[in-house]
Design a protein around this ligand. Structure first.
Ligand code: FAD
Length: 304
């Protein structure tokens, strides 16, 4: 369903993020998780695109499988890195034919997080360029929905390291939305005050599209450190670190603290009229199911 229609139907969206599995076993595990997550009736699910475009086919295969074999509504991520205009058009054309309604348009991380990466290898430099390319595709009328794809973009409550000047960064975000984005999904954060301030700054800048909050329950110390790296820095509040320290690193205790923290974030976000909550599931179902249970709801419809 086009994301604009989704927002008309749901005051608060609940979505889950998956990454494409790289082996048959990983795919089997993912589909077990998916069967456990389906009863939660997420508003949509999204599928990542590996750094440097490394999962182009895998992303498409998972999206096609979700679309044809489940009742989930998949939103593929698409990144600029290393892609020519023609390649992007081809990907969009396949998704349009496959009945996909929305795309999350991102710049993407360079392969192997190479800071010296030569961006001129592709046709696009910033996510805004990709938004414009999707808009041009939409205008071509090739998509069965006359509006074309709904478009999402990324936002960074704690700021993106590429633009230390937060005023300029907000101008870039505004330009990306003005280019045609229908919603913003944020990077993970652990202190809701960062999200509320970001949301206020967006509104002050005249950005009025829905802003979905990215939440990742910590389930292990190793995962937490890896996420801090992938998220290009994440601020772990002292209260969270103190709670994690009390666990002495015991796996189950760490998991309980992480899921409890994420649940409290979700409860507080709901109290503050968040447009949507996007859960980074890491292809597992347990933490997400526990969050729903503690929030006291059986599925997303009760939360929306
Ligand atoms: P942009 O909007 O292009 O911004 C990147 C930097 O460039 C920022 O500092 C911005 O201020 C600056 N900038 C933007 N426009 C301009 C301009 N016109 N002139 C000068 N500077 C400008 N990565 C993947 O590889 N695959 C994924 O599937 C993926 N999924 C993600 C999902 C979410 C919800 C989020 C938040 C991130 C995801 N990422 C993914 C990571 C993301 O691609 C990186 O964090 C990337 O560094 C920034 O992406 P962006 O789309 O915000 O880029």
């Amino acid at each position: 369903m086009h994301i604009r229609d989704i927002f008309k139907l749901h005051r608060t969206t609940f979505s889950f993020e998956f990454f494409p599995p790289r082996s048959e076993q990983a795919a089997a595990d993912l589909f077990v998780s998916i069967s456990e997550l389906q009863p939660l009736k997420p508003t949509f699910v999204s599928v990542t695109y590996g750094a440097g475009g490394s999962t182009r086919e895998l992303t498409r295969d998972l999206v096609v499988r979700l679309e044809s074999e489940t009742n989930l509504d998949p939103i593929p991520h698409l990144t600029c890195v290393g892609h020519s205009e023609g390649e992007v058009r081809e990907v969009l054309s396949q998704y349009a034919k496959g009945g996909i309604s929305n795309i999350l348009a991102l710049r993407g991380d360079p392969p192997d997080n190479d800071h010296e990466y030569d961006w001129s290898q592709g046709s696009f430099r910033h996510a805004g360029d990709l938004v414009r390319a999707i808009k041009a595709f939409n205008d071509s009328g090739e998509h069965p929905d006359r509006r074309g794809f709904g478009i999402g973009v990324a936002g960074f409550p704690e700021g993106h390291p590429g633009t230390p000047n937060r005023l300029v960064e907000m101008e870039h975000l505004k330009a990306k939305v003005d280019a045609g984005a229908d919603y913003i999904c944020t990077q993970l954060f652990f202190d809701n005050r960062d999200f509320y301030d970001f949301r206020d700054r967006c509104r002050l800048a005249g950005i009025d599209v829905p802003i979905l909050a990215g939440i990742m329950p910590i389930t292990s110390m190793k995962g937490m450190k890896r996420m801090a790296e992938l998220a290009l820095g994440a601020r772990y509040p002292a209260a969270l670190l103190r709670a994690l320290n009390r666990t002495s690193g015991k796996d189950e205790a760490v998991r309980r603290v992480g899921v409890h923290w994420a649940t409290e974030q979700c409860r507080d976000l709901l109290d503050h009229d968040v447009d949507g909550i996007h859960l980074y599931t890491l292809n597992r179902s347990t933490a997400t199911r526990e969050i729903y249970k503690t929030l006291g709801v059986e599925d997303s419809h009760a939360l929306a």
